[in-house]
Design a protein around this ligand. Sequence first.
Ligand code: 13P
Length: 243
Amino acid sequence: MKKFIVAGNWKMNKTSQEADAFLKSLLEKLKPKAARELLLFPSFLSLPTFQSALAKSFVQYGGQNCYFANMGAFTGEVSPTMLKAVGATHCLVGHSERRTLFGETNLDTAKKIQALQETGLTPVLCVGETESERTNNTTLAVIEKQLIEGLSQSDFSKPLILAYEPVWAIGTGKVATAENIREVHAFIHQFCEQKYKIQLPILYGGSVNAKNCRELEAVEYVNGFLIGGASLDPESLLTIYGG
Ligand code: 13P
């Protein structure tokens, strides 16, 4: 049975002290569920806190970004090897904030996926259209390009996760409708089956919260969530995870 993946992207929130307090409160109530995985993406600086707090836990964690070289003169960057050394198992790649605020390209995402897979980490490639791309009816074309170029260096024999995050639904409270989500997830699912002969888990992200999560979870081809704001509070994360 494939597990439903509940993933929280903390973005640039919480100091390592706040992360420690969050994990203490989460672990007091968290009970593992056979059919679900829990995965968190804190700031790089909180990863050592996660490593010690989660040493005996089933909760996995990872980086929000990485560079595609493993060492060298790349001031300010963090490598897949460094992430692995603090117990990270996953890393986000191509989040829309990386693309729009920091100029990350599809070619960058491709190289990062390759470097992560070579290091034994699972990349989570984020794709999604902007509001104007949706209005212009180019949603599926934009996503197809992000997939073709972003997955161009991927090894499909190794773990890989996709996340569909419509840019207009991120942090806005505007959730995509079940039909919007079903259409794009079905497209991604079929595209990967036809082009790469593989079924990859596809997470949905964009204003997921404790109130709408059950309805969104029931949408066909939704294999998990990538949650921003609602993952910052242990109670709402526990509700979305399922108690
Ligand atoms: P929100 O859940 O805050 O809309 O953020 C979604 C997101 O960008 C997760 O990566």
